[in-house]
Ligand binder design. Structure first.
Ligand SMILES: [Fe+2]
Length: 265
């Protein structure tokens, strides 16, 4: 099973697929890559788009029918990419928010420039309610890029990290690519997904990303990432990645002083 937990496949409701044809093109490309299921995560409450949970469910049902009519073997699940905002917890009780595939996980998107000042508080509140936020593409947040410890704090508070395939493969530039690999090496990433929007603008590249991860970080971590994306739709606990790569580069050098110290003795 290969699951992609973050996609904009639903037609005409955000900046992803513009119409049914776009959605079908994405669905066919997913199947061609070996992807078996997608969680539809349209933008919600990001200042441009509002896609309430009940509306997303209806849209997913409609697209499922279209896939079935064309015998496209791809499972679809309900989700949302929820922009972090101050009344999230109020709208949670009003059932405006959707978890990922009905699980205990929600996908939270931070603004790209900074980490919201009450981020840890929000995570804490969700965790108390039995909900674990998955942070969408932290590698594209300027403050996390500068201070990866910010992400570490969120994970310690009960959140998880979702890495975007295109970041690992250089689609957002060298700096994000470097930081993306570093976050993976530091064990701050639990799931990889495409954030696919449109076949011409941003497709999946999921298999390609897993291949690269296997080469750079080893096959074990690929298994963890694959298992974790499956665990999201099955509502199981996610596994903490243990990165045992002898290819560690980047800032992982900070671990070296201990190593030398041990040798000296
Ligand atoms: Fe997204």
């Amino acid at each position: 099973m290969m699951i992609d937990i973050h996609t904009h496949i639903l037609p005409g409701i955000d900046d992803g697929a513009g119409n049914l044809e776009d959605s079908l093109a994405l669905a066919r490309a997913a199947v061609a890559e070996g992807i078996t299921g997608l969680i539809a995560t349209p933008h919600h409450a990001d200042g441009r788009y509002m896609n309430n949970a009940s509306f997303v469910s209806e849209q997913v049902e409609r697209l499922k029918e279209e896939l079935a009519a064309r015998q496209i073997p791809l499972e679809l699940f309900v989700g949302q990419e929820i922009r972090v905002h101050s009344d999230m917890l109020d709208v949670w009780s009003a059932k405006e928010l959707a978890t990922l595939a009905g699980s205990k996980y929600i996908l939270l998107e931070m603004p790209s420039a900074s980490v919201p000042s009450r981020m840890l508080e929000y995570i804490h509140e969700f965790v108390i309610m039995g909900i674990n936020p998955i942070i969408a593409h932290p590698e594209r947040n300027a403050e996390v890029v500068k201070y990866p410890d910010k992400l570490n704090e969120m994970i310690e508070a009960g959140a998880y990290g979702q890495m975007t395939t295109h970041s690992l493969l250089g689609g957002f530039g060298k700096q994000i690519e470097r930081r993306a690999w570093q976050l993976c090496r530091e064990g701050l990433i639990h799931v990889i997904s495409s954030d696919a929007h449109h076949m011409e603008r941003r497709g999946f590249r999921l298999r390609e990303a897993y291949d690269r991860v296997s080469k750079e970080l080893g096959v074990e971590i690929v298994k963890t990432y694959l298992d974790n994306s499956e665990s999201v739709i099955s509502n199981r606990d996610l596994i903490e990645p243990s990165v045992k790569s002898n290819k560690s580069r980047g800032n992982s050098w900070f671990k070296l002083p201990n190593f030398f110290h041990n040798i000296d003795r």
